[in-house]
Write a protein that binds this ligand. Structure first.
Ligand code: ADP
Ligand code: MG
Length: 373
């Protein structure tokens, strides 16, 4: 991969794709993790004397301008984090963008408005790619979270300009490669989207020494092993694949669950009318002791319905176990750390990418990274 450290950026217009897709409620940014993650590349470029032009998407405006999805609040936060002025343009292409770029001095930072106000972004439309590319001399991808998308700002522009990987993208690749992990390598997988995660599970069963399964996902596996799970969430379409994965003997399933009634039962005693919403205390003990002894841990997906107390208990407990273990810990997935922000700093690497991180760990080539080779 070509790296930003090897690019000639001094006195040049450097177009940087960042992932500023942060949660905003009533105009307020509730979590600026992704903005912070982009700071090293921005600082690096500024100090090298580049004119830094940041482009990003926010939410799903559907190809039309939508004031509630403006990147303006991000500009404000970015100014606070960088402790310097950040310029802003109301459009990411066209005259407004070109004028704003024209006013930049070396070391200045400009943020352009939401890319997805234009239909061409998601469609990777040739004209939109051209308009974006015309703003920069060099392109840097630092938006790991969208690198699995063949969008104009990720893929099209990278093919059109000399393109490099930003510092965040490099860090993600280094950490998520999970090459030569310190053993034992324990994977912990949960969440609800079994189908989306089968690829990752397949890969982890090959690479890891043990794969602990929690979250709603556990019920698909339990059913695959012949256990009745009542009204718990099961992905029927994934049962055959779950059976195959179980044959590896590496998958470790919970032995007890917390029901929607808040009762705790063994996994083979879930009443017909009940559903499991969290892993039980005995399971937490087993998982925690395995995590404590691990050399490397990869974790994706909550152990239970984290949004609703007390069903977040299992997730918090395993997160603490990972944090206090001496292992190297790599965490990925959108909802995985959202529920436990206070523990985030305890992990060695928290991926800024949800779907992209999963595809990467699965071993798939991400189009946005492939063009940087
Ligand atoms: P991630 O975004 O971290 O990859 P997913 O999107 O796959 O994770 O899954 C997260 C969701 O799974 C959460 O909204 C959580 O409430 C839900 N979930 C976890 N365990 C259960 C369960 N036992 N029953 C129902 N939903 C669950
Ligand atoms: Mg999710």
């Amino acid at each position: 991969m070509r790296r930003v450290q090897d690019a000639r950026v001094e006195r040049r217009n450097v177009l940087v794709r960042v992932d500023f897709n942060v949660p905003i409620e009533k105009g307020k940014i509730t979590d600026d993790f992704r903005i912070r993650a982009a700071l090293p590349t921005i600082d690096f470029l500024r100090k090298k004397g580049a004119r830094v032009i940041l482009i990003s998407h926010l939410g799903r405006p559907g190809g039309k301008s939508d004031r509630s999805l403006s990147l303006k609040p991000v500009k404000e936060r970015l100014e606070k984090l960088l402790k310097r002025k950040v310029f802003f343009a109301d459009d990411c292409v066209g005259e407004k963008a070109a004028e704003a770029v024209g006013r930049l001095k070396c070391g200045d930072v400009l943020l352009l408005e939401n890319l997805r106000f234009h239909e061409g972004e998601k469609k990777n439309a040739a004209r939109f790619v051209e308009s974006l590319a015309s703003l920069g001399d060099v392109f840097v991808n630092d938006a790991f979270g969208v690198s699995h998308r063949k969008h104009a700002s990720v893929y099209g522009v990278a093919k059109r300009l000399k393109a490099y990987a930003g510092l965040l993208v490099q860090k993600e690749v280094r950490n998520l490669s999970l090459d030569r992990p310190r053993r034992p390598f324990v994977a912990l997988v949960g969440g609800a989207k079994v189908e989306d995660k089968l690829g990752v599970l397949k890969r982890l069963v090959k690479k890891a020494d043990a794969v602990l399964v929690g979250g709603a996902m556990m019920f698909t596996f339990l059913k695959a092993s012949g256990v009745e799970v009542g009204k718990s969430l099961v992905d029927e379409g994934s049962i055959d694949e779950a059976k195959r994965l179980l044959r590896s003997k590496k998958v470790v399933l919970p032995i007890d669950v917390v029901l929607d009634s808040r009762d705790v039962v063994d996994v083979d005693s879930i009443p017909r009318q009940r559903k499991g919403l969290d892993v039980g205390p005995m399971t937490v003990q087993i998982f925690s002791s395995m995590l404590a002894q691990a050399g490397t841990v990869f974790w994706n997906g909550p152990m239970g319905m984290v949004e609703k107390s007390p069903f977040n208990k299992g997730t918090v407990a395993v997160a603490r176990a990972i944090a206090s273990s001496g292992c190297r810990s790599v965490v990925g997935g959108g909802d995985t750390v959202a529920a436990i922000p206070e523990l985030r700093d305890e992990f060695d690497h928290v991926s800024s990418g949800g779907g992209a991180a999963l595809e990467f760990v699965e071993g798939r080539k991400l189009p946005g990274l492939k063009v940087l080779e």
